[in-house]
Design a protein around this ligand. Sequence first.
Ligand code: FEO
Length: 404
Amino acid sequence: MKAVEIKNNIYWVGAIDWAVRDFHGYMTPHGTTYNNYLIMDDDITLLDTVKYDFADTTIKNIQSIVDPARISNVIINHIENDHATSLGDIMKLAPRANIYITEKGRKGLERFFDLSGWNIKTVKTGDTLRIGKRTLLFIETPMLHWPDSMMTYIKEEKILISQDAFGQHIASAVRFDDEFATCQSMAELEDAVIDYYANILMPFGQLIRTKISEVQKLGLDIDMIAPDHGIIWRNNPNKVLRMYLDMAGGKTHLGVSIIYDTMWRSTEKMTSPIMQGIKDEGVQCKVIKLRATPMSVAIKEFWNSRGCLIGTPTLNNIMYPTVAEFLTHLRGLRPKDRMAGAFGSYGWGGGAVKEAYEELKRIGLELYEPGLEILYRPSLQDESVCYNFGREFAKRVKTYHEKF
Ligand code: FEO
């Protein structure tokens, strides 16, 4: 796709990755984009690069506007591979450009490139760079989501170049929120924001609140948020800001996700009466089988619900491996403000439900106890026990939800 002018003389010069389905282990069924931006001003400035496979694409897009040799500044907001690994190719074409980056970014970048021939200038929050008619303001955002991360605000245009934050893994022929809402739907866009937040930014909720309030204290008007992935927010940037504040503040749906796996379908048979009990308590419920679902989708569904029930059969006295994998993944994301419990079938010794609770406790979730274990296969009477388990869990989730 050719370059797109996002505001007067400011261009998207990125690349669309229609085919990526495994983004460092995160399933991306809708592909993604690597967004970077070119400002045509007295000092021509490139904000971010793209993943190495797409260096030729961004270079072609830049060349459609200007000879890259005329680029004066390259801003590196984030050094992760999907944004910075084309820098070497860009610098071959723009060897005299200054690179603006945070100190932690510089330290990281030297693990990827020989910086000795490049003119690197480190910046911190509040530093500005006048490039002609426009002024760039740098805002460090360490751990959102890498130590090097920062955002760049274009003062005169009121555009926040937000790197990963506010992005989504969506490959689309359109670039803006209003266009996407027309050709696809706002619901799909919102879903992609939640998916991205849940899988990448979940651990950093408190930091997100602090950083957004810092930006608000700086009194920055924001007309447009241009992230490094997906759709650009030009029609309603406040929408995604609000979504982030809500998610970081613990808001989610009053619902329960049942996330399970099964060997001989006994644990699976338990999910149906549990779900019925939850529904009869007036709480929404989704049932997700781990072996049939990408991990990132299970994580999103967990995040989208106030309560989660983990279903695991016992295998060799411990949790079923896919369930253990899910919980390990979840522990790394440090979720908060969710209630959890566990259930499952066992053959002789049991042990999986106990182990699941140990892991849920380690994660720091609000526990619903005791869990439920069924010997071999749920009988009709067991199904009624399962129903009551689901119903009681949903009652507790409703009460817990009132806190938020
Ligand atoms: Fe899109 Fe943290 O890289």
